[in-house]
Design a protein around this ligand. Structure first.
Ligand code: PLP
Length: 439
């Protein structure tokens, strides 16, 4: 399927006249349509709830959009909890699915009344010691170990994953939690990331449904909600089929009707913690070609770098690129490929490449490029290597207007934690003054 940007060239040129590149741009209309499709796909389950995985994109303006659909937040750190709290999201609208959890994070999660999803059996004692009594509603994370296979091959390797509890620990954890006053119990597992096809959730659901039935028989603990977590993928490549969330919902429904209903567990609520699927396709990184270089290969240097989008450098991930062109030039998004480029950033790291040997229309200095599918794990994985600064984020509203939802970092932001040193305070002062006179 060919990939098209969600913004026209003319509109993009206009936005880039107001917000300097690079920036991440988000598509409110796309986020809303997808959120509605998710609700629709699981509407057969009255208790269904999506807890958006905040780590994928913690911008409060975007979380607020999802809030319109009743979605909660899946948080895994204290700052993610603070964001949810600041948006008025609390109690059972927060799923706290953390691991290797610091005491302060458990305390804040408990204060906010979040549902604690225990990653390990030892965390139960730890939680009581550092955060207080076990809450009435709790959840446990399962790790089946071994390899996770579906009909079409190995999906992932849970045996090598740090998350969750073994089958034996899980039963013991539920007994401990029940003894300590818990009344409502959840079951969670996350076995594969960025899955393609529509088989992952249904297969995971069947595993968890059967497990919930076994746990009830073995321990007397009744599982009230089952959390399919994240893992639903998106088509980063133009030749990949998007997941069909309706087909996924129907597959989960079949497993529900075949496993839970006959066991008398037809009141189990389902939840999900999708991050990538909720936001990934509805963001892009907008950057401008600032150099071309011809040595043993042809390079296009852009004004973004891996600090704005680390996935290609970190996972060798593919991100599609559309060349848009510039204000008075041709709309290059319609032109066929005619050159082979490496598209690179300015870090002193040779893995700072958004594309290797990519066939693209001829690029000229000044052209705007759209790097697709950066809505999840784009800005949120940003960092400051080489003293590079994280970009702005802009929201394209459904009415066509644009809103700056995060400004770009300034040198003063970068130096701000050096305020413990006299030279640091001087740097902050100097860069602030510079920034003020520039703008
Ligand atoms: C990362 C993560 C998610 C979201 O995963 P996606 O693949 O982005 O949907 C959900 N839950 C937990 C606990 C996670 O760590």
């Amino acid at each position: 399927m060919p990939k098209h940007p969600f913004v026209s060239k003319d509109r993009l040129v206009d936005i880039a006249d107001h917000v300097p590149t690079p920036f991440h741009l988000y598509d409110e209309a796309g986020i809303r349509a997808n959120a509605e499709a998710v609700l629709d796909a699981f509407s057969w389950n009255p208790g269904f709830k999506e807890y958006f995985a905040v780590k994928a994109n913690p911008n409060p303006a975007l979380i607020s959009i999802l809030r319109d659909y009743g979605f909660g937040c899946d948080c895994s750190s204290d700052t993610e909890l603070m964001i949810a709290d600041a948006l008025g999201i609390g109690g059972s609208d927060i799923m706290f699915s953390s691991n290797d959890t610091p005491a302060a994070d458990f305390r804040l999660a408990r204060d906010l009344g979040a549902i604690i999803n225990f990653d390990d059996i030892s965390h139960i004692d730890f939680f009581e010691r550092v955060a207080g009594p076990i809450p009435e509603t709790v959840s446990c994370r399962f790790n089946p170990g071994g390899l996770f296979r579906l009909a079409n091959g190995i999906m992932d390797n849970p045996g090598d994953s740090k998350y969750g509890m073994t089958r034996e620990q899980l039963a013991q954890a539920y007994r401990m939690l029940a003894d300590r006053g818990a009344k409502t119990f959840g079951l969670h597992a996350f076995l594969a990331s960025n899955t393609h096809g529509n088989e992952y959730y249904p297969a995971l659901a069947r595993i968890l449904f059967e497990l919930a039935v076994d746990i009830a028989r073995e321990t007397g603990v009744r599982i009230g909600f089952i959390n399919l977590s994240g893992g639903v993928g998106i088509p980063y490549r133009p030749d990949e089929e998007p997941c069909d969330i309706r087909a996924i919902g129907e597959g989960v429904r079949r497993a529900y009707e075949e496993v839970l209903v006959p066991a008398g567990m037809d009141d189990v609520a389902l939840c999900a913690e999708m991050g990538r699927f909720m936001m990934g396709p509805y963001g892009c990184l907008v950057t401008r070609a600032i150099h071309e270089k011809h040595i043993y290969k042809d390079y296009i240097g852009v004004d973004a770098n891996a600090c704005n989008l680390i996935r290609p450098a970190m996972y060798d991930a593919y991100h599609h690129i559309t060349v848009m062109g510039q204000a008075n030039g041709p709309d290059k998004s319609r032109m066929p490929a005619s050159r082979t480029y490496d598209v690179v950033g300015n870090l002193c790291e040779n893995n700072d490449k958004f594309a290797h040997d990519r066939e693209l229309p001829e690029i000229e200095t000044g052209d705007l490029l759209v790097i697709h599918d950066t809505g999840a794990h784009g800005h949120s994985m940003g960092y400051n290597y080489n003293g590079r600064l994280r970009s702005a984020e802009v929201l394209l509203r459904t009415d066509g207007s644009c809103e700056l939802i995060r400004r770009a970092e300034t040198p003063a932001d970068y130096f701000s934690t050096l305020d413990v040193l006299p030279v640091g305070r001087a740097l902050i002062e100097r860069t602030r003054a510079q920034h003020a006179s520039d703008s």
